[in-house]
Design a protein around this ligand. Structure first.
Ligand code: FAD
Length: 474
């Protein structure tokens, strides 16, 4: 029998449910396939850095599979629809008996998989999908009345209970197969998609590097995480998001490694704080499945569609470029533009600034983030934006508005992080770093840094007014 593993967001050989299942039958020949879909990626605003990370990780997974006697084929076509056609012809050509793949939960991805399933079944091919990019399958953690939770805290309580009762299994890499490999592996032609270089020290591609980083993080830094995770000047978080978004690492590997190093993490305690973030990740994935409209540019709370967003191209450009005149926002945006990653606290601050200081539609920010982030992930990005914009489930209430200056003072007191990204503020003393223009005026200095593009107090009032009007109109 010939078993085909269709790789997508699961670029690893350890704890890969589809791969494991495909290899269970000893005598089967197992092959793998990755199909690049650049036009679809454009539609989904995939960042060129993520494309480059995938590209490098693909080479590594192809080698790792070859070491197990599995050849990974590669093909590039336009979009999901074309990928289904190609998959069907590939299966016919290679006389595939069974297809194995791990689910993706976004709407277009699910439509693609349904189409592929229909097509292959017509060809007499067995198709099996697996829940793999989550700790627990969507739909498996529900309220007493069998509904998806809309609030995170009860969801996470129920979640932890489930995990305490039985941990999801973490699978090893499959055993090496006796298949004779061809002399050269199928070529991986470069994607027909813009790629941008990223820092391989910070985001080393491939699963071996991901596992190494995970191990190191769970040994010690995870214990300091509760205090350090909100301070962008420190390297206090795992930086595993790109690995989880592209599947060079699985959340089950994170859970098992965490528990091996910190066995108390399922109960209270320091290491449980990081676990809670992994549960947030699952929460947003479970929501995508329960409410597919989230994938279709819809806010979770319909009344927020009536908010009269402003359309000021200069403001939007200033925000994108990190030139708003608010140092913490600008440093955050420049970190993302330059590296493809932004600290979580800063994602909240800069997203809040766009929505609640500039009154610009959160969906424009969501798209811009996606186009820049190396770890861009629809569920987490949409969840984060809807939370910040007060349009989502369990979101920040609309009348709670971050003050970008006090946020900066709280989380980057001396401006250590700000200075890294805004060299034009090098001469401003620590005590004035969050209000450089106030200092410059008092001291008769010239600054090569934009003045604040809006005044926060007035912006706040405007935001309250447009949200209130939308609320009253519905
Ligand atoms: P750690 O703090 O070490 O957390 C461990 C893992 O848990 C992360 O790698 C991530 O997979 C998950 N996680 C952590 N926080 C969250 C969260 N709030 N929601 C969902 N999952 C979480 N995360 C993405 O992976 N991709 C995105 O596109 C993305 N966009 C965001 C947009 C906004 C506006 C906001 C507020 C948050 C967004 N996040 C996104 C969540 C979070 O900011 C990142 O996951 C985190 O900063 C990644 O750094 P880390 O790996 O060091 O995280």
């Amino acid at each position: 029998a010939t078993h085909l593993v269709w790789l997508r967001n699961d670029l690893r050989i350890n704890d890969n449910s589809a791969l494991w299942a495909a290899c269970r039958q000893r005598e089967a020949e197992v092959i793998a396939l990755f199909i690049a879909t650049p036009q679809q990626w454009h539609q989904h605003d995939m960042s060129p850095r993520q494309a480059d990370y995938i590209w490098h990780s693909l080479q590594l997974v192809q080698q790792a599979l070859a070491a197990k006697g599995i050849v990974m084929h590669y093909y590039q076509c336009a979009d999901f629809s074309a990928s289904v056609d190609y998959l069907a012809s590939f299966c016919a050509e290679h006389q595939v008996d069974a297809l194995f793949y791990n689910y993706q939960y976004e709407f277009n991805e699910r439509e693609r998989d349904a189409a592929a399933g229909r097509q292959l079944m017509q060809q007499g091919i067995r198709v099996q999908g697996f829940d793999d990019s989550v700790l627990l399958p969507p739909g498996s953690v529900q309220t007493g009345s069998q509904k998806m939770y809309k609030v995170f805290t009860p969801f996470s309580k129920a979640y932890l209970q489930r995990l305490r009762a039985a941990l999801p299994e973490c699978l090893p890499a499959p055993a090496a197969r006796a298949t004779a490999l061809p002399e050269t592996l199928p070529a991986l032609a470069p994607f027909d998609y813009p790629r941008a270089a990223f820092d391989h020290q910070q985001f080393p591609p491939g699963e071996a590097a991901a596992l190494q980083r995970l191990r190191a993080f769970c040994r010690q830094p995870v214990l300091d995480y509760p205090e350090q995770r909100d301070l962008p000047a420190l390297d206090g978080t795992s930086r595993l998001s790109v690995c989880l978004a592209t599947g060079t690492l699985s959340p089950r590997q994170c859970l098992h490694r965490l528990l091996r190093e910190q066995p108390q993490a399922l109960e209270e305690g320091r290491a449980s704080v990081w676990l809670n973030e992994l549960i947030w990740r699952d929460f947003y994935r479970h929501l995508l499945v329960a409410f597919p409209a989230l994938c279709k540019n819809q806010p979770f709370m319909p009344w927020t569609k009536k908010v009269a967003w402003q359309d000021n191209p200069d403001h939007f450009a200033a925000w994108q470029q990190g030139k708003t005149g608010y140092p913490i926002v600008d440093a955050a945006m420049r970190q993302m533009n330059r590296t493809g990653w932004m600290h979580n606290r800063l994602r909240m601050i800069s997203a809040s600034f766009l929505v609640k200081d500039l009154q610009i539609n959160w969906q424009r920010g969501e798209r811009y983030f996606m186009s820049q982030l190396i770890d861009g992930d629809l569920a987490a990005n949409n969840g984060g934006w809807q939370w910040t914009a007060s349009t989502g489930t369990d979101a920040a209430p609309w009348f709670r508005i971050f003050n970008p200056t006090t946020q900066g003072e709280r989380f980057d007191k001396q401006g250590q992080f700000i200075r890294r990204w805004l060299p034009e503020l090098a001469n401003v003393p620590d005590s004035a770093i969050h209000d450089p223009h106030g200092w410059a005026k008092k001291n008769n200095q010239r600054l090569d840094y934009p003045a604040p593009i809006v005044e926060h107090k007035a912006a706040r009032q405007k935001t309250l007014a447009i949200f209130e009007a939308a609320r009253n109109a519905s």
